[in-house]
Design a protein around this ligand. Structure first.
Ligand code: GLN
Length: 304
C-alpha cells in the first residue's frame, strides 16, 4: 500500500473544506491555536511511519485521553469497571447532564464526560500518585518521556469547566464518586491537558492495533479480549452523538477530542492520528473526519 501517496492525495482533496467549522471555545486557552494547522501520521504494526503536514506539532489531546485512562483502569480493575459505568452509546453531547440524572448517576459509557469522571475517581482510589502514574503509563505506551500535561490548558479548563463541575457533583449525589469532587476534577482536567503530536498519538495507540502489545518491546498492556472491548467502545461511543456517522463514513474504531485530534485504529494493520482544530457542531474535527473517510475509501480497507 502506498501510504505516502495516499496521504498526499488526502491533503490536496480536503483543502476545499478547510474553512469549515470553528476552533472549540469551551476552554479559552485552546482558542489560541492556529486554525489552519493540519497533520496526519500513520504507523503500521510493522513499525513503518508515514506523515504529512503539521504532524510533529503538539496539540491538546483532550477527550482522546479518555481511552487511555479507561485502559489504565482496565489494567487493575478489569470488568469491575462496568459496575459503575455502562457500555452503550449515549446519543447525547459529551458534556450532557440530562441523561445522567434520569439514569440515576450511572454514565452510559466511559467516553462521555461523566464516564471519564468516574474513571478518574477509580484511578485516584487505586493509585498512590494518580497524575504521575497516569503520565508514566502514557509515556510507556508512546515510548517517550517527552509527553506532559500543558498546565495552562489544565488551569484554563479548571477556571471555565462549569459543566464538568456540575457533572461531578451530580455523580457524587448518586454516590458514584468516592473521592473529593475537586480532586477528581483536577485529575480529569490534567489528563485532558496532555499534549501530543500526531506522530506520538498514532504510536501511543498502536498497541490497540497490535493485539494489546507495545510494538518496540512486545510487552502486553492489555490482553486480546480487553483490546477487543476497548476498540468496540471506540467504534460505538468514540464520537459522542456522531459515533454512527463516523462508523458509517470511516468504518474504523476511533476517538476524537476538542483540541481537534482524532485517532483511529485498523486492527492488525495500523494506527492513524489526524489534527485540525476546526470542529463541527458535535465537537469533532471537520478535516480529521474527512481525511479518515478518504483514507479508508482510497485504501479500500476498513474493518467491515
Ligand atoms: N476537557 C474537555 C471537556 O471536558 C474534553 C471534551 C472533549 O474533548 N470532547 O469538556
Amino acid at each position: 500500500m502506498n501510504y505516502d501517496q495516499i496521504l498526499q492525495e488526502i491533503k490536496e482533496e480536503v483543502k476545499i473544506y478547510n474553512q469549515m467549522g470553528a476552533v472549540g471555545s469551551s476552554i479559552p486557552e485552546l482558542t489560541k491555536v492556529d486554525p489552519s494547522k493540519f497533520g496526519i501520521h500513520l504507523v503500521t504494526i510493522k513499525g513503518e511511519n508515514y506523515s504529512i503536514g503539521d504532524s510533529n506539532e503538539k496539540f491538546s489531546i483532550q477527550s482522546i485521553s479518555k481511552v487511555l485512562s479507561l485502559s489504565f483502569a482496565f489494567t487493575f480493575l478489569g470488568e469491575r469497571i462496568w459496575e459503575r459505568i455502562g457500555v452503550e452509546p449515549s446519543g447525547t453531547p459529551f458534556n450532557s447532564l440530562v441523561q445522567l440524572e434520569y439514569e440515576k448517576g450511572k454514565p452510559r459509557n466511559p467516553f462521555i464526560n461523566p464516564g471519564a469522571l468516574v474513571i478518574a475517581d477509580m484511578l485516584i482510589t487505586h493509585t498512590k500518585n494518580p497524575k504521575t502514574e497516569f503520565l508514566n503509563f502514557v509515556r510507556t505506551l508512546t515510548n517517550s518521556d517527552e509527553i506532559d500535561f500543558n498546565l495552562k490548558v489544565a488551569s484554563s479548563e479548571k477556571a471555565f469547566g462549569f459543566k464538568n463541575v456540575a457533572l461531578a457533583n451530580l455523580l457524587k449525589s448518586y454516590c458514584n464518586i468516592e473521592n473529593d469532587v475537586d480532586e477528581v476534577l483536577d485529575f480529569y482536567f490534567h489528563q485532558c491537558a496532555i499534549e501530543m503530536t500526531c506522530n506520538e498519538l498514532a504510536n501511543c495507540f498502536l498497541f490497540y492495533a497490535h493485539e494489546g502489545k507495545i510494538l518496540h518491546n512486545n510487552k502486553f498492556i492489555l490482553n486480546q479480549s480487553q483490546v477487543k472491548r476497548i476498540n468496540s467502545l471506540m467504534q460505538t461511543c468514540g464520537f459522542y452523538d456522531e459515533s454512527g456517522e463516523f462508523t458509517y463514513k470511516v468504518g474504523l474504531p476511533g476517538k476524537s477530542g476538542i483540541g481537534g485530534g482524532i485517532v483511529a485504529i485498523h486492527p492488525k494493520k495500523y494506527s492513524v492520528a489526524t489534527w485540525s482544530p476546526r470542529l463541527n457542531e458535535k465537537g469533532n474535527s471537520v478535516l480529521g473526519m474527512k481525511s479518515l473517510e478518504l483514507l479508508t475509501t482510497k485504501t479500500g480497507m476498513s474493518i467491515f
